[in-house]
Design a binder for this molecule. Structure first.
Ligand code: FMN
Length: 364
C-alpha cells in the first residue's frame, strides 16, 4: 500500500518545484491515512543515550522543520524523528528558489537558511501531540539576526528539554552566515558549557534530556580534534555527523545546478560523510554514540554507514529520490545482514570499518 502510494506520488512530486513538492509531501503525511508499518524485527532494537530505539533508522531534520508530522513519520516506520531546525523567533529564511534537485547525481542543494515558524508554534504542536510514545528529537538553531547566539541555544534548551526525547545543537548549517564559526574551540566550549548547564537545571524538574552536537562534514581534521575533545570534556551525550557540505565533488554530473550556493546532500555526500563519521568515531573512543547521516540511499549504504561508526542513522535526500520504500528496504537489508552473520543485533557492526575508512585516500 505504501509502495503503491509512493509510486503514484513520486512522479507527481518530481514534476513540481522542489519546495512545493516538499509541502505537498508533508500535507500528504498529515492528512492521508497511511497504514502503520509492521512491527520491527526485535534484532533492530538499539539503545543509545539512555533511550530505547525500536530500529536505528531516523528521519533527519529539515524534512519536518516545524513539527507538523512526527506521529505520521513514526507510524510509517521510522525508529525516531528529528524535527527542526527550530529558531527562537519565527523567521522566513532565504528568498526562493532555495532548494534544488540534482537528478543526475541523486543530490540536493539547499540554502533554506533556517526558515522556522519559531519556538512557540512548534512547542504548542509538541504539547498537544497525539503521542502514542515514539522518539521525537528536536534540532535547534539561532536566529539569523540574534544579538546573542549562545543565549538562543540556552533558551531553546530550557523550553524544549521537557518535551523533546533529545535535543540537537545545530551549529553546522552552511546557510546562516557565521553559524559554523561556533565550531571553533573557544566558542564551542562556552556554548556547550552553558547548554549542558541549562540542561542540568531543567533536568531537576523534568528528567534528563540527552544533548547531541551536529557537526559539518567540512571541518578540517585538526578542528575535528578540538570539537571531539570539547564534546567529550563537556560530556555531550552524542554527536551527529553530519550536515550538508559546501564542497562540490568532482564527480557531479549536473554541473549547472551544482553552482547554486548552499549545502549539498544525498548520494554525492556519502563518501565524505562516511569519512568524517569514521574520523569522529576513532576520536570518540566509544565514550558516546554517533548518529550517521549523509548520502544513504539504499540498504547497502545504510549498512556502510553503521560500519563507519554510526549507532543510529538518519535519511533525508534519499527519500526524495527513492520515496518511503527506502525505509523498508534499509530495515530489510539490516535484518538480512544480521541473519547472514548470525548476530543478535547490530551492535558488532558499529564502527567495524572505521579504521579502514580513515586509511582511504581523502574523498575528492
Ligand atoms: C532541504 C533540506 C533541509 C535541511 N534542513 C536542515 C535543518 O533545518 N537542520 C539540520 O540540522 N539539517 C538540515 N538538513 C541536513 C540534513 O538533516 C542532513 O544532515 C543532510 O541532508 C545529509 O543527509 P542526506 O544526504 O540523507 O540528505 C537539511 C537537508 C535538506 C536536504
Amino acid at each position: 500500500m505504501i509502495g503503491l502510494l509512493d509510486r503514484l506520488a513520486r512522479p507527481l512530486l518530481h514534476a513540481l518545484d522542489p519546495e512545493d513538492a516538499h509541502r505537498l509531501a508533508i500535507n500528504m503525511l498529515r492528512f492521508a491515512p497511511l497504514p502503520r508499518a509492521p512491527a520491527d524485527d526485535k534484532r533492530l532494537a538499539t539503545r543509545a543515550f539512555g533511550i530505547n530505539f525500536p530500529n536505528p533508522v531516523g528521519i533527519a531534520p529539515g524534512f519536518d522543520k516545524h513539527g507538523e508530522a512526527p506521529d505520521a513519520l513514526l507510524r510509517v516506520g521510522f525508529g525516531f524523528v528529528e524535527i527542526g531546525t527550530v529558531t527562537p523567533l519565527p523567521q522566513p529564511g532565504n528568498p526562493r528558489p532555495r532548494l534544488f534537485r540534482l537528478d543526475a547525481d541523486g543530490g540536493v542543494i539547499n540554502r533554506l537558511g533556517f526558515n522556522s515558524e519559531g519556538a512557540a508554534a512548534v512547542l504548542a504542536r509538541l504539547a498537544v501531540r497525539n503521542s502514542g510514545g515514539g522518539i521525537v528529537g528536536l534540532n535547534i538553531g539561532a536566529n539569523k539576526d540574534t544579538p546573542d547566539r549562545i543565549l538562543d541555544y540556552v533558551g531553546l534548551i530550557e523550553r524544549f528539554a521537557p518535551v523533546a526525547s533529545y535535543v540537537t545543537i545545530n551549529i553546522s548549517s552552511p546557510n546562516t552566515p557565521g553559524l559554523r564559526n561556533m565550531q571553533q574551540a573557544a566558542v564551542l566550549d562556552d556554548l556547550l558549557a552553558r547548554v549542558i548547564d541549562a540542561r542540568e537545571r531543567v533536568a531537576q524538574r523534568s528528567g534528563p534530556t540527552p544533548v547531541l552536537l551536529k557537526i559539518a562534514p567540512d571541518l578540517s581534521l585538526p578542528d575535528l580534534d578540538d570539537v571531539v575533545g570539547i564534546a567529550r570534556s563537556r560530556r555531550v551525550d552524542g554527536m551527529i555527523v553530519g550536515n550538508t557540505t559546501i564542497t562540490r565533488p568532482a564527480s557531479l554530473r549536473d554541473t549547472v545546478t551544482a553552482k547554486e550556493a548552499g549545502g549539498l546532500s544525498g548520494r554525492p555526500l556519502l563518501t565524505l560523510a562516511n569519512r568524517m563519521l569514521a574520523e569522529t568515531y576513532v576520536r570518540v573512543e566509544g565514550v558516546f554514540p554517533l548518529v550517521g547521516v549523509g548520502g544513504i540511499d539504499s540498504g547497502a549504504t545504510a549498512l556502510a554507514k553503521i560500519h563507519a561508526g554510526a549507532a543510529l542513522i538518519q535519511v533525508y535526500s534519499g527519500l526524495v529520490f527513492r520515496g518511503l520504500g527506502l525505509l523498508a528496504e534499509i530495515k530489510k537489508a539490516l535484518v538480512a545482514a544480521i541473519e547472514r552473520d548470525q548476530m543478535d543485533d547490530l551492535r558488532e557492526y558499529v564502527g567495524a570499518d572505521a579504521a579502514a575508512v580513515t586509511a582511504e585516500p581523502w574523498p575528492q
